[in-house]
Design a protein. Structure first.
Length: 325
């Protein structure tokens, strides 16, 4: 995930090896391709940001597959009063992802970007210390087992892996190379300290699932958009998983994912999983992960969250936040 602004080694951006388009990969090839194809993410998370948010700007910040697209869409629907989505690609047509702005894929200037309605909405996967301050910050945390389970099909499509990297190899790479759970939990610690800040709205993905309408009301109030109950109802309807799946192509990265496949010397997949997976959007899918992976995630929770805050599990920390509302 995030780290120091140290130079990134260049070899991973060199022309791909001959096996890039092979139907199957050896274990060694799987690891090599995961390393090479994920380099864009590592570089994006280390890239210096030159963005000064306006006081009214909204920045949705999450770990990958933890509600980024959903919360961003809720914000957009609130500011457009629940209108039928008329954009082609959520990113960058109506929302900007900080990590990709200014790149050949999304050549926009964040500071001068004009969006279809106010307030402007941005999203990011940066750690707390790297998220630009000065606007309104919405942080959303998701069960790490569910997020990891959802991350696999997304990366498989986004990086044109096409099933050639197995789930065990993918999980080991996320754990040992990206330090997925540890970094996400440390980020949770950082945001928890600021949960009562006036410029922070702290959400849990499972609360969005269980109290969609209540969370929409909270978000609308936080970003400063007056909505009557009829508007709230429209926003809730247009931001259900079922409705977003109907507009799957608006969230499937088809505008820039093929460029990534080409960069890796491969052909793009025939269909993009995208950021709204047709069979996704659920809580509890993480229970499908191998038992040893679930136990490892539980142990990291204990070592990082329980050790620092005393919460034994996600249910306890959610309950504590609810009591404070």
């Amino acid at each position: 995930m995030d780290g120091e602004d140290t130079p990134v080694a260049a070899p991973m951006l060199q022309p791909p090896p001959e096996y890039a388009k092979a139907l199957t990969w050896t274990l060694e090839q799987q690891v090599q391709e995961m390393t090479r194809r994920s380099m864009w993410l590592q570089m994006a998370l280390k890239k210096p940001l030159s963005f000064s948010p306006r006081p009214t700007d909204v920045i949705v910040t999450t770990s990958p597959k933890s509600g980024t697209t959903w919360v961003s869409h809720i914000c957009h629907q609130i500011r457009t009063k629940g209108a039928e989505p008329d954009f082609e690609n959520q990113v960058p047509d109506v929302i900007a992802l900080l990590e990709m702005a200014g790149s050949p894929v999304i050549p926009i200037d964040l500071n001068t970007m004009v969006q279809p309605a106010e307030p402007r909405i941005f999203c990011t996967h940066h750690m707390y210390e790297r998220v630009p301050k000065g606007g309104k910050l919405i942080y959303c945390f998701r069960d790490q087992k569910d997020a990891l389970y959802s991350f696999y099909p997304y990366v498989d499509s986004m990086m044109a892996l096409k099933g050639r990297v197995s789930l065990p190899v993918f999980i080991e790479y996320c754990t040992n190379n990206m330090h997925w759970t540890a970094n996400n939990l440390r980020n949770l610690l950082a945001w928890w300290e600021h949960r009562h800040d006036a410029d922070v709205l702290f959400l849990f993905y499972d609360d969005l699932k269980e109290d969609h309408i209540g969370c929409v009301r909270r978000i609308a109030k936080f970003i400063g958009v007056d909505c009557d109950e009829e508007t709230i109802a429209r926003v809730v309807h247009t931001t259900t998983h079922a409705e977003m799946v109907k507009h799957h192509s608006k969230f499937d990265n088809h505008n820039f994912a093929p460029l990534g496949a080409k960069m890796h010397g491969d052909d793009p997949p025939s269909e993009f999983t995208g950021r709204v997976r047709k069979d996704g959007g659920r809580s509890g899918d993480g229970q499908k992960l191998p038992l040893e992976v679930q136990q490892s995630i539980d142990q990291e929770w204990h070592d990082i969250i329980t050790a620092k805050l005393g919460f034994r599990d996600l249910k306890e920390i959610r309950a504590t936040l609810k009591k404070a509302l």
